[in-house]
Design a protein around this ligand. Structure first.
Ligand code: DGL
Length: 262
């Protein structure tokens, strides 16, 4: 047991979809959630920037007393997970698009992947597809603008609907029966996405598998449990601006502090 918090980070509030699964599975952990909103969206930023930023955030979170780190951002994983693992002594779990389970579940042999431009262009993603889904039709759809529009305009806004109408057309046309939500912001609009898919189509996010992996990791390191479900939120942006967004997405108000990793 170890009462230090588990740190979780994302470019913004997408990682809250992962945090929800973590808290459900691990109620005896405390969590420190960092939204790097100053640099949202990560999806349009160069890989070198994301690598340096990711390493800096991991170092600062370790100094702040985290006992483990969850990279709750597919884009940060794609660009920076290797560099973070190489430079940090923290136990680390990193989300990545669920291409492997999607390939196993698809009956029609056609899967869709929704993610940021940066994630889809990464070597890591190309490898994931060639290892697990080379025998399938994979429709990889970049969704520029979607993550920040979910935060700024809201999941059920006309702005989100307009973006999805555009992004979902190729997936609907290919009759994909399993769609990977390859960005942690997208579970917030799962219902809106499902409208474009055939009856019975599956949407896969990675909250639950990441929670199981974190549990195994903490257990293996002898630091599982010891907290009391405490949750602290921080942003590199303006807490006052983020507060109503948290309330809308999380369903309740939570205090947020300003924090700058250094
Ligand atoms: N939530 C992040 C992800 O999982 C990315 C959103 C962004 O572009 O910042 O990829």
């Amino acid at each position: 047991m170890n009462s230090q918090p588990v740190a979780v980070f994302d470019s913004g509030l997408g990682g809250l979809t992962v945090l929800r699964a973590l808290r459900q599975r691990l109620p005896q952990e405390d969590f420190f959630y960092f939204a790097d909103t100053r640099f949202l969206p990560y999806g349009d930023r160069p890989e070198t920037f994301l690598r340096e930023r990711g390493v800096l955030i991991a170092e600062a979170l370790a100094r702040r007393g985290a006992k483990a780190l969850v990279i709750a951002c597919n884009t940060a994983t794609a660009a920076a997970a290797e560099a973070i693992r190489a430079s940090s002594a923290l136990p680390i779990v990193a989300v990545e698009p669920g291409v492997k389970p999607a390939a196993a579940l698809s009956k029609r042999g056609a899967i869709g992947v929704l993610a940021t431009t940066r994630t889809l262009q990464s070597e890591r993603f190309q490898r994931l597809v060639s290892t697990h889904a080379a025998h399938l039709r994979v429709v990889s759809q970049a969704c520029p603008g979607l993550a920040e529009t979910i935060e700024h305009a809201g999941p059920d806004s006309p702005e989100v609907a307009a973006l999805l109408a555009n992004f979902m057309a190729p997936l609907a046309e290919a009759e994909t029966d399993v769609v990977v939500l390859g960005c942690t912001h997208y579970p917030w609009v799962a219902r809106e996405i499902a409208r474009y898919l055939p009856e019975g189509a599956r949407l896969l996010d990675t909250g639950e598998p990441v929670a199981r992996q974190l549990e195994r990791l903490l257990l293996g390191k002898g630091v599982l449990g010891g907290g009391s479900g405490k949750l602290q939120l921080a942003t590199s942006g303006n807490p006052a601006t983020l507060m109503p967004v948290v309330r809308r997405l999380w369903g309740q108000s939570l205090p947020i502090e300003h924090w700058e990793p250094r």
